[in-house]
Write a protein that binds this ligand. Structure first.
Ligand SMILES: CC(C)(COP(=O)(O)OP(=O)(O)OC[C@H]1O[C@@H](n2cnc3c(N)ncnc32)[C@H](O)[C@@H]1OP(=O)(O)O)[C@@H](O)C(=O)NCCC(=O)NCCS
Length: 199
């Protein structure tokens, strides 16, 4: 982690790190965020997000820019409640990787979680090593029922999930969402892989 990193609250003004600036996203950023996220959702790297969903949740997003205010990357912090938040849609353009933008975005989202007094920040990922740099640890997916109820039960990869669940902080002891498609015990068994997809 670069020692030059300046901590920032996403609601505050821009701050810089080696030509990378992170700020809270605004509605006019939504179209660019949509393009960025869509570019990595075809292969399941990121969950697909519709333009409408990004507009509705634009206040969850931080964006990283270069000195010319070109978009380098984005990331979002979704709040479930004081017990849980989730880092979503975090990415950096391929040509801008390795310059600290990902770290700056993640730190900004974590500061936002701290500001919101959230006790646990979660995420699902295929690159756990990146997030372990920031004190995230691997947990069982079933320990994050709100995530399962929010996304997994409608995810096309429900039966073939290749992502790792990670958390930073205390595991949540409650959930606030419930099943809409499957009864809870069935959903948990699906997540454990003990029920096979019907032919
Ligand atoms: C993951 C991602 C956001 C990192 O962005 P980045 O700007 O390249 O990362 P940074 O330059 O800030 O790197 C920060 C640290 O993480 C490390 N790192 C970066 N990518 C990594 C990876 N894929 N795996 C492990 N470590 C990684 C860097 O080496 C650096 O470590 P250091 O501080 O010890 O030097 C970016 O690679 C990306 O957009 N990936 C594709 C989308 C994706 O998978 N997002 C996660 C979805 S959950």
């Amino acid at each position: 982690m670069s020692a030059n990193y300046l901590s920032v609250n996403p609601s505050s003004a821009r701050v810089g790190l080696a030509g990378v600036f992170v700020r809270a996203a605004k509605l006019p950023d939504a179209a660019n965020i949509f393009q960025l996220v869509s570019s990595l959702s075809h292969d399941g790297t990121l969950l697909p997000r519709s333009y409408a969903e990004i507009c509705e949740n634009v206040r969850d997003f931080a964006v990283a820019e270069n000195v010319d205010r070109e978009l380098l990357g984005c990331g979002a912090l979704h709040l479930y409640g004081p017990h849980l938040a989730e880092v979503r849609s975090i990415m950096v353009r391929p040509e801008a990787k390795g310059r600290g933008a990902g770290a700056a975005l993640l730190r900004t989202l974590l500061e936002d979680a701290e500001d919101q007094k959230v006790s646990c920040v979660s995420l699902f990922t295929r690159i756990p090593r990146f997030f372990s740099h920031f004190d995230f640890r691997v947990v069982e997916r079933t320990q994050l029922p709100d995530k399962i109820y929010k996304d997994c039960q409608t995810c096309p990869r429900l039966y073939a999930c290749d992502e790792v669940a990670m958390v930073r902080g205390d595991l949540p002891r409650i959930s606030v969402l419930g099943p809409t498609t499957f009864p809870r015990p069935v959903l948990v068994k699906l997540q454990e892989g003990t029920i096979k997809k019907p032919l």
